[in-house]
Ligand binder design. Structure first.
Ligand SMILES: *Cc1c(COP(=O)(O)O)cnc(C)c1O
Length: 239
């Protein structure tokens, strides 16, 4: 276990150096960017190590894995972010531990989240997940709403009891006009955030960038980066 701790600590230090360098290069203060460690597929014991090392934000993408992990770590001072595609039948469980849901992408989900947040007496922060490669359906293959859908969904979240509109999230597209152009994709997200903040000034979070492209996200102005592999290692299975 101390081996694992040393390994995670070394990786965390490298990621911290990368974020600090990206902030310096962009003329931004280090405090403007929050690291969220994506702990999907990794055990609760790793979450505990991360917490001991000073990490305060963790993210998960599957309720089946996240619910028991969050329960096992409920004594730790962590914010839990849900970042995966979310089915409405999982919403009750997710609202039980998630402080933020970053993958809000349809009105049915807003309704379900609001109902369960009120029922649980909790306030859940919401990010609208934007699909910059959305097809004609207006939705992305890995979730997310097309840019044209942000305003309506944002208004819906902002007026929903139990929910708080915190901002926008995206995953760099693998297809479409932004494929391989992370910096351009993240700059587009920033422009969409500027639009959203005209109506909702408090929705300041911009969640973008992962292990491979956190520098591009910081350069574009992201407030939150979601890093898994670079901290915990290559995942044993797709997740
Ligand atoms: C897995 C995941 C990440 C982290 O990806 P890495 O490449 O492991 O850093 C970030 N965001 C979302 C939505 C994810 O599902």
């Amino acid at each position: 276990m101390t081996d694992r701790r040393d390994h995670i600590a070394a990786n965390l230090a490298k990621v911290e150096d990368r974020i600090a360098a990206a902030c310096a290069a962009a003329g931004r203060k280090r405090e403007e960017v929050t690291l969220i460690v994506v702990t999907k597929t990794y055990p609760a014991s790793d979450v505990r190590i991360l917490s001991e090392l000073g990490v305060r934000h963790v993210a998960e993408n599957r309720d089946q894995d996240a619910a028991p992990k969050a329960a096992a770590c409920s004594d730790l001072p962590l914010s839990w972010h849900f970042v995966g595609q979310l089915q409405t039948n999982k919403v009750r469980s997710v609202v039980g531990y998630a402080d933020l849901v970053q993958s809000v992408d349809r009105s049915k989900l807003v309704t379900a989240l609001s109902k369960e947040a009120v029922r649980a007496g909790r306030e859940v922060g919401c990010l609208i997940q934007v699909a910059l490669d959305a097809g004609a359906s207006g939705r992305g293959e890995r979730g997310g709403v097309a840019p044209e859908g942000i305003e309506e969904l944002g208004d819906l979240v902002a007026s929903a009891p139990g929910l708080r509109l915190d901002g926008l999230m995206t995953v760099a597209p693998l297809t479409g006009e932004y494929a391989g152009r992370q910096r351009a994709a993240f700059e587009r997200l920033m422009d969409l955030s500027t639009d959203l903040r005209r109506a909702h000034p408090a929705a300041t979070m911009v969640s973008a960038g992962m292990s491979a492209d956190l520098e591009e996200a910081v350069a574009a102005g992201a407030t939150h980066v979601r890093v898994g592999t670079a901290v915990l290692g290559v995942r044993p299975r797709l997740g």
